[in-house]
Design a protein around this ligand. Structure first.
Ligand code: M6R
Length: 611
């Protein structure tokens, strides 16, 4: 939900280019528009004209360092900033629009009236209308419809009476909502950034300093990171980085974390898209869950035993993992209840000190999940964060963290994080039932099964089905019990990656209404596992077939009810994983065939940090 990047002391002396490269790694956070602002080096200042169009400054600029901005709607992929002046300090943004349409004017960075300050922002300023009215009365002129521009003008206003550092902190405290901002002062070449609810990290290199919404943006430059907490600010100047407490304005000690992530983790590794790379990585990431987190699982297992209520929350794909985990718990004789985190609040009052809440999230930054987790924790619940990205807000809030270890997931469409979360939750539930060793072996075996199955042959088979379905506009996906969350996730992958309407149903629900939608040739996926659901799933498939549906079975077993069969490995309760992988691949190939960008589906963002 918007990506922020900045560099100070850029050693290449083309800070705009460094910023653009950083933004390209953050594009998954928003791709409605992009923008870069640079403070030109002294020799270049005279050459910078205040022209309109793609690269421009404000006409009123007369003195000091004139900031040059280039901003445009559309994806950043092919963008260049070679026409921007050289400089050592720059700031940039990729936008996922909230306030104001997708236009060049609404793209960030936003400038104040004087041209001294530019602001980039991730979040929503909920009280921006009220703030804007007060600024309009003071004759500030606005050039966009965004909530962000208000911040630039407020800083201009407040900095008349105090230092820029103090002005930024004061303005940030006036903003209502979850926000992260970066402010560039063109006069002093200082960047001040603040965080409350939206992620921000600082990269501290030997000579260069970076600011980003996600560390993957500067991993190629430095692996030493300061993760900002809510309520913290950072001041970055050519002479160093200073950490501040926003409430008191007092300086705090930097506590750098050295990350052992490799730059290659955030690269495509020869695949045409991150989506395909991450789907294929599951051969490694799924079995990896059996080798890590034993201590955490023991702690969680003990807490589950003491708890009278088990709650599972998440959003989107993570909500489907929560639902699947509800079935995993049922299999070991424990009742658990899953909620889409966005619907949890009416039920948060039932949580107490005997409640254990599993908050499942790839990013650990999803606003709805954080709100639900906070509400449960307020009532004394024990919070387990089941996360993939590290050092997130959810992780910091949790009593215990279960890092599922799938590595950076760059594609907006979640794939490997989901299956690692599933495998981890399977292991947790078996730990609770004293069957951990057996479960570890099952996950390792699944890894071997995936390695033998996720081959070119499978890709070819799925591609053939995708070709057959390419021009369809409606599809249905059914599953029962553990295969029901599989059907939900299978259908979501098709919707997200290809924009085809694909609707999931519990197989048992079909005959209660949905069956009216089936006509001759309607593609119907029947997702099955070799368990107690087999016969009922097949009879649901037969009912669909009798109404003319084309049945595509995704299951470890063949059946005469299937017109097409994509065979998946039989992994017992873990068969959900290969079954969903078929949906991931199918969505990917359908998307490619229909001309979408599978890594960056329209209207979506990787981390949804707003309510
Ligand atoms: O980072 P999270 O796991 O909390 O994100 C939750 C959802 O926003 C996410 O799963 C979303 O549904 C993805 N588009 C799934 O591909």
């Amino acid at each position: 939900m918007c990506g922020i990047f900045a560099v100070v002391n850029d050693t290449s002396h083309h800070a705009a280019r460094t910023t653009l490269e950083g933004l390209k790694k953050l594009e998954y956070r928003g791709y409605d528009s992009w923008g870069v602002a640079v403070v030109p080096t002294a020799s270049q200042k005279s050459k910078v004209s205040a022209k309109g169009g793609s690269a421009y400054g404000r006409k009123s600029l007369k003195s000091k360092n004139q900031i040059v901005i280039k901003k445009k709607i559309g994806k950043i992929g092919e963008a260049t900033v070679d026409d921007m002046p050289s400089g050592d300090i720059a700031i940039g943004h990729t936008r996922w629009a909230t306030h104001g349409g997708v236009t060049d004017e609404n793209a960030h960075p936003h400038m104040d009236c004087s041209g001294r300050f530019v602001v980039i922002h991730n979040g929503i300023v909920e009280n921006y209308q009220e703030l804007k009215q007060s600024l309009l009365k003071k004759k500030h002129t606005f050039h966009s419809e965004t909530d962000t521009e208000v911040i630039a003008h407020l800083i201009e206003d407040r900095s008349k009476e105090m230092s820029v550092e103090q002005a930024v902190l004061m303005v940030f405290k006036e903003l209502v909502g979850s926000n992260a901002i970066g402010v560039l002062d063109g006069h002093t070449g200082t960047i001040v950034a603040c965080r409350n609810g939206s992620p921000l990290s600082i990269g501290v290199g030997k000579e260069q300093y970076f600011l980003a919404s996600d560390v993957t943006a500067f991993l190629g430059h430095t692996q030493d990171v300061q993760f900002l907490e809510d309520g913290e600010a950072v001041v970055m100047t050519p002479s160093g980085v200073k950490l501040l407490d926003i409430a008191s304005g007092k300086e705090k000690k930097l506590a750098l974390t050295h990350l052992d992530w490799k730059v290659t983790d955030a690269q495509k590794g020869g695949y045409p898209h991150f989506t395909l790379k991450e789907i294929m990585e599951q051969v490694v990431t799924v079995p990896k869950t059996a080798l890590v987190n034993r201590t955490e699982m023991e702690t969680i297992g003990a807490m589950v035993k003491q708890s009278t209520r088990i709650v599972l929350i998440g959003c989107g794909t993570a909500a489907y993992c929560a639902l699947a985990s509800q079935y995993f718990f049922a299999q070991v004789g424990r009742e658990a209840k899953s909620y889409g985190a966005y619907e949890y609040l009416p039920f948060a009052g039932f949580s107490d000190t005997k409640t254990i809440v599993f908050a499942i999230s790839q990013s650990g930054e999803t606003a709805d999940t954080l709100i639900a987790a906070r509400a449960a924790k307020k009532n004394g619940a024990y919070l387990v964060a089941v996360v993939n990205a590290r050092v997130s807000t959810l992780e910091r809030m949790a009593d215990v963290v279960l890092p599922v270890g799938a590595g950076p997931e760059i594609s907006v469409v979640s794939t490997k994080a989901f299956t690692s979360q599933l495998a981890s939750m399977y292991l947790v539930t078996r730990m609770c039932a004293g069957k951990y060793e057996e479960a570890v072996n099952n996950v390792k075996t699944l890894g071997e099964l995936l390695a033998g199955w996720q081959t070119k042959k499978l890709l070819g088979e799925v591609l053939d089905v995708a070709k057959l379905l390419m021009s369809q506009e409606d599809m249905y996906v059914i599953g029962k019990h553990m295969s029901y969350p599989a059907a939900l996730e299978f259908a979501l992958k098709i919707k997200e990656s290809s924009y085809i309407h694909s609707e999931p149903f519990a197989a048992g629900e079909l005959k209660h209404g949905v069956i009216t939608l089936i006509q001759k040739g309607t593609p119907c996926f029947a997702i099955g596992a070799s368990d107690e659901t087999k016969l009922e799933l097949l009879s649901s498939a037969a009912q669909l077939k009798a109404r003319g549906g084309t049945i595509i079975g995704v299951a470890p077993y063949a059946s005469s009810e299937f017109d097409i069969h994509i065979a998946t490995p039989d992994a017992g309760p873990l068969t959900i994983i290969p079954n969903v992988i078929v949906g991931q691949l199918l969505g990917y190939y359908l998307g490619i065939g229909r001309g979408t960008d599978p890594d960056k589906p329209r209207n979506l963002a990787k981390s949804v940090t707003v309510k």
